[in-house]
Design a protein around this ligand. Structure first.
Ligand code: ARG
Length: 460
């Protein structure tokens, strides 16, 4: 018996190390379901080409279903010579139904087969990831709604800048994730293209092959336009990896902010025990390992993207075995990004916040911009008011008193436009409420963001 499916023209065995080097079954087995689905659609299409009689088709399909059951039950036993999921499934099909199995691969190549399997996989996984991402954004918006009254310092350069709502901060991250959601949805039509029916590179030679019917059966939106392109195009994987990298960059930034906010120095948030770990030596420690791993995993996913891009950058047209190297980065990125989004969800759903700590961190100098804007409302150009307010900050530093403790007389030495009503500037709540333009941090503007996010979540 020929051990390898392609053994006909070979005289001697593959070197054992070469077999190990060449095989992909150890990881592409995750494609078993997609491989069976693709083969069933292909078998169905072979009745019209007269390659299969309806009864041969039925035999092949029930054999394939049997193979699927074995994978499902964990009883599929790989043979030593199985190279990849495609050869493994065909070998097993032959054992189960005999020589008629040998008709299935007519006109097909592992080149159009693997491209089909991977597209089915990416379609399925991105749908799951989309749901996970929607859940995460929902957790963030729900928190933003409940905790809308908490006011905290907003930072630029990590220096106290202006008061903001905690919910405004949360929704800034939700906004990034919302663009990720939109990008994920945008990728769909480019993933959902059928390669099957392209053969090894030049197309399928049997008349009557209805590629549109196969696309319909497999749920693809369109049929690949050019067979040489179809068997070699991995852009959809690169695009997914870019998507995953950018999404992880957003998760990493959120993680970094929360790590800072959970230090004793800030104390704005505290992670639940479920997402923290202790120290093996320092009994008091509660470390935000979940967040640090989220930050770290972003580097890993970016590495998968750049790795695959390097792999494919120099290869000639159509299928080359280099393309087998697309799978591990893809599978790893799928696992990493979906787990990361779920962990981020858990962290955010269970974390405590300390609004009184946030409020205690607000300092009157954060209202220096509001002070300048007070004078603007008195008719002075902003460039001048910025300068006057800056002088007030300097004066308060010289006097070693908070900005809000300068007396009206002090302020009037800087500008005669200051009046009694300047006292109203020193309210953090009014400061955030004044920022009421769309996209701002007033309660109304924040709740408007919640509405808008919820609308877009439902628009998938
Ligand atoms: N395991 C291969 C891969 O993942 C399947 C395609 C093999 N095609 C070939 N002509 N050797 O890319």
């Amino acid at each position: 018996r020929k051990a390898k499916l392609w053994g006909g023209r070979f005289e001697s065995q593959t070197d054992p190390l070469m077999h190990k080097f060449n095989e992909s079954l150890s990881y592409d087995r995750v494609l078993w379901k997609h491989d069976i689905r693709g083969s069933i659609a292909y078998a169905n299409a072979q009745v019209a080409t007269k390659i299969l009689t309806p009864s041969e088709r039925d035999q092949i399909i029930s054999g394939l279903q049997q193979v699927a059951k074995e994978w499902e039950a964990g009883t599929f036993v790989p043979a030593p010579d199985d190279e990849d999921i495609h050869t493994a499934n065909e070998r097993r099909l032959t054992e189960l139904i005999g020589p008629v199995a040998g008709k299935l691969h007519t006109g097909r190549s592992r080149n159009d087969q693997v491209a089909t399997d991977v597209r089915l996989y990416v379609e399925e996984e991105t749908k799951k990831i989309e749901e996970i991402l929607v859940d995460l954004i929902q957790v963030m918006t729900a928190r933003a709604k409940v905790e809308v009254d908490a006011v905290m310092p907003g930072y630029t350069h990590l220096q106290r800048a202006q008061p903001i709502r905690w919910s405004h901060f949360l929704l800034s991250h939700a906004s990034s994730l919302l663009t990720d959601l939109s990008r994920l949805r945008d990728m769909r039509p480019r993933i959902s293209v059928l390669p099957l029916g392209s053969g090894p590179l030049a197309g399928n030679p049997f008349s009557g092959l209805d590629r549109q019917a196969m696309a319909n059966e497999l749920g693809f939106k369109t049929v690949g336009m050019n067979s040489m392109h179809s068997v070699s195009d991995r852009d959809f994987i690169v695009e997914f990896l870019f998507w995953a990298s950018l999404t992880m960059i957003h998760i990493s930034k959120l993680a970094e902010d929360l790590i800072i906010y959970s230090t004793s120095e800030f104390g704005f948030v505290q992670l639940s025990d479920a997402y923290s770990t202790g120290s093996s030596i320092m009994p008091q420690k509660k470390n935000p390992d979940s967040l640090e791993l989220l930050r770290g995993k972003s580097g890993r996913v970016f590495g998968q993207m750049s790795g695959l891009m390097m792999t494919i950058k120099g290869i000639p047209s159509t299928y080359n075995k280099d393309l087998q190297e697309d799978k591990e980065p893809l599978f790893d990125a799928v696992d990493t990004v979906s787990r990361s989004l779920q962990i981020a969800n858990g962290v955010l759903a269970t974390m405590n916040i300390f609004p009184e700590k946030m409020r205690a961190a607000l300092t009157p100098d954060m209202l220096a911009t509001d002070l300048a804007e007070y004078l603007v409302r008195k008719g002075i150009p902003f460039r001048e008011t910025h300068h006057i307010s800056g002088s007030a900050v300097r004066l308060s530093e010289q006097r070693k008193v908070p900005l809000s403790s300068l007396t009206l007389a002090d302020l009037q030495t800087l500008s005669p436009a200051f009046e009694e009503d300047v006292q109203a500037v020193w309210s953090f709540d009014e400061s955030v409420e004044r920022r009421d333009a769309t996209g701002g941090t007033s309660k109304r503007a924040v709740l408007e963001q919640v509405e808008r996010i919820q609308g877009e979540l439902g628009a998938g």
